[in-house]
Design a binder for this molecule. Sequence first.
Ligand SMILES: Cc1cc2nc3c(=O)[nH]c(=O)nc-3n(C[C@H](O)[C@H](O)[C@H](O)COP(=O)(O)OP(=O)(O)OC[C@H]3O[C@@H](n4cnc5c(N)ncnc54)[C@H](O)[C@@H]3O)c2cc1C
Length: 434
Amino acid sequence: MKTDVFIAGGGVAGLSLALRLVKEGVSVIVVERQKGMGNVYKGELLQPKTLCIFEQLGIYPKIATEIRPLEKIITKELNEKNEPLLEVVMDYTTLQTPINTAAMIPHNCLKEILLEEASKYDEFQLLQPATFLRKQSDHEVIVKQGKEEISIQANLIVGAEGRESKVRNSVDIPLKKYSYSHQFLTVTFPSPPTLVYGEMIGNHERFLGLFPLPNNEVRSVLLIREGEYKEMKEEGLEAFYRAYKELKPDLEGFVDQVGSWKDIQLMIPVRHTVSHYVEGNVIVIGDAAHSVHPMAGEGMNLAIQDADTLGDLIAWMYQHQLEGDYTQLKWFERVRKERVEYLSWLSHQSALVYNLSGNLTQKLRIKAIKRLATNRRLHDKQMLNIAGVGLWKFGVIDGLSALGLGKTQLSENVINKYLFSKEDDYPWRYNKKR
Ligand SMILES: Cc1cc2nc3c(=O)[nH]c(=O)nc-3n(C[C@H](O)[C@H](O)[C@H](O)COP(=O)(O)OP(=O)(O)OC[C@H]3O[C@@H](n4cnc5c(N)ncnc54)[C@H](O)[C@@H]3O)c2cc1C
């Protein structure tokens, strides 16, 4: 078999890249080892930048019928008796972008749309279930389907197989891993009608995230300490329901509809980074290149944004007969690495804020959250960054601003300067120097 681009992994990264490429006439073979769409909980929060990418790809109208818009996230802190200590809002609608909302979509529903769209093109081929085994030479990979080993010739090889990427390992890209002392339980269940926006609720020892999905459901994540999963399971589902209802009493009659531990997924957060994303004609994207702590809901978005950048670059290389000049692939790293690493760092900071239990750490957290949400300068910068529509790192002036010294407002013109332009996103199309 022969193709322009071989993609290992048919997750959101692999399928988004495939769709981008086949639309531009570049042929693609995707191999996916799972039989169907898979049944584990994965990312469901789409940031505004990702929605803008879907608009450019022409699939936004279809996506829009399956999402639940998420305009605001309410952050609450409760005392030991679970009485309110703080309630602030992080508001996407303050963004000066054509799409200024996030959205929730079931992960598999998004993959189905990407697959359905890509399948409309003759240039798209999917081998499923089939597993990427190894890279045989620079332009040959071996895939196993059933009992058969298949050789595929490709110009470019993309690793999009998630955290345990074999493609990444085949070119010895080194990995740095960080772990955390907490874990999460995650499950979807019917939503109470009072839940309109996203909610992040913390007290001195726990954190609960609630994100409304379409069809009156809610996706939840509960932070637990190491060892607590076993204790809770021994006590029974009552312990699980109680943890939810203490933080959000409105969940009475809703969370109890989770009928079995089998429906509840244990999620162990890890963060990893790699030194580089490109090695010759091999590129890694999505979780294969970087996994981020799930607290800020960025993982799936970074994967789709990687696919958009790489897809446009490869299409441009083919349009300009540069498909054999692999040094051009370094553009991908130039555009994506700084953005990804900053968001990975921001997600890590959000995780640290909830990592330790106790009243003192809660007091510090309340102070930090209050400043972030109520100081317009900090709020708008945070929204710009997490939405993925721009990059403006926090610095000394922000520190002063948080202390009430210096500027607390940002004029529209200033924030617009930090929004990504087409030239920032696709610099190879604008004769920029690498
Ligand atoms: C419980 C949970 C909750 C999360 N919540 C969020 C969230 O709210 N927001 C967010 O943005 N992100 C979230 N994430 C992270 C997000 O799901 C990932 O960052 C995203 O799925 C990465 O996409 P990917 O395509 O790079 O990798 P994956 O989704 O891991 O896809 C990789 C694919 O490759 C396949 N594969 C692996 N090895 C091979 C092989 N050798 N051959 C062939 N195929 C192979 C796998 O079967 C899989 O389908 C969450 C993750 C988890 C686990």
